[in-house]
Design a protein around this ligand. Structure first.
Ligand code: 76R
Length: 264
């Protein structure tokens, strides 16, 4: 009986760092196929756009935009929609999010330290320590790569899918303790690291922005690595217990060089 249980403490969210906003757009071709050559990768101030020719999908093309503000994402969206190529594209799905680095480990450390000194999460000492740790993270190359991802020139294949963490009564990610989520995410990171150099992942957070909670964008040299990594993740505890997935979109980047040579 739930009524006899003590009220559960509200779990503590991890601190996160955010970088570029991201928009994934999935299109079908209208009657006329657009000039694919004109849809090359474009660099735009802060951020970039790339086009992915979808393979084995009901849709035809995915655009991935990264920009430094939501307004700039809106401009990228508008400029594609009003371009001559854009007129041959019918939007079938879009996903709005922002690059995110979850600081589970740091948040759990600071919470433990606060408890040990009889303080509280969020008190002045916690806030001071957090500021220092966050600044150091933000300055690290590792975090910069997650927040401001660059398109890997040797990884032509892309797999994109949205996902959420489960919120079932007895299987609720958001009701786990911070310690437990930190432990699970550390194990997740170790599983992922086995693919270093073979897969580049971009994690974008979409809570409050879209229906799913995260976007997962993977770049690979060998598309078989998508299957291998995602299989390993399914067996990794956090995905095995808590992950729910949307549709997968797989394809190949329309390379700017071949696009240019065939078009202009
Ligand atoms: O070590 C680190 O700095 C990063 C550790 C790390 C975090 C915090 C990490 C590593 N991920 C993190 C967060 Mn990930 N990731 C996924 C998926 O298909 C599935 O089952 C899940 C989809 C894949 C394939 C993947 C790959 N990751 C996240 C989050 C946010 C969760 C939250 O905050 O609650 C999600 C949703 C997510 C999902 N992850 C890695 C990888 C890979 C390959 C790595 C190692 C990357 C590296 O070390 O460079």
């Amino acid at each position: 009986m739930t009524s006899s249980q003590p009220p559960q403490a509200i779990a503590h969210p991890p601190e996160t760092l955010e970088g570029w906003y991201a928009l994934h757009q999935i299109f079908r071709f209208a009657k006329g196929k657009p000039d694919l050559a004109a849809l090359s990768r474009s660099e735009a101030g802060e951020g970039w756009t790339c086009f992915v020719r979808l393979i084995g999908s009901g849709a035809d093309i995915m655009a991935i935009h990264f920009r430094d503000s939501l307004d700039a994402i809106g401009e990228a969206e508008q400029s594609l929609a009003t371009s001559s190529e854009g007129k041959s594209l019918i939007l079938v799905y879009s996903f709005l999010s922002v690059t995110e680095a979850g600081l589970y480990h740091i948040t759990a450390d600071l919470a433990r330290a606060a408890e040990a000194r009889g303080g509280k999460v969020g008190d002045a000492e916690y806030a001071r320590a957090l500021e220092g740790r966050v600044a150091a993270e933000r300055a690290s190359e590792h975090v910069k790569r997650r927040l401001y991802p660059q398109l890997p020139s040797d990884m032509q294949y892309v797999s994109f899918y949205p996902m959420s963490k489960r919120r079932a009564p007895d299987q609720n990610w958001y009701a786990l303790t911070l310690e437990e989520r930190s432990r699970l995410m550390q194990a997740h990171g170790l599983t992922g690291r086995r693919y270093a150099g073979r897969i580049q992942q971009v994690i974008t957070g979409a809570i409050g922005l879209d229906a799913w909670e995260w976007g997962v964008t993977l770049f690979a040299k060998d598309p078989l690595d998508f299957k291998k990594l995602v299989t390993d993740m399914r067996f990794d505890e956090v995905s095995a217990r808590y992950a729910e997935f949307g549709s997968f979109y797989v394809g190949k980047i329309i390379s700017p060089s071949s696009a240019r040579s065939s078009g202009r």
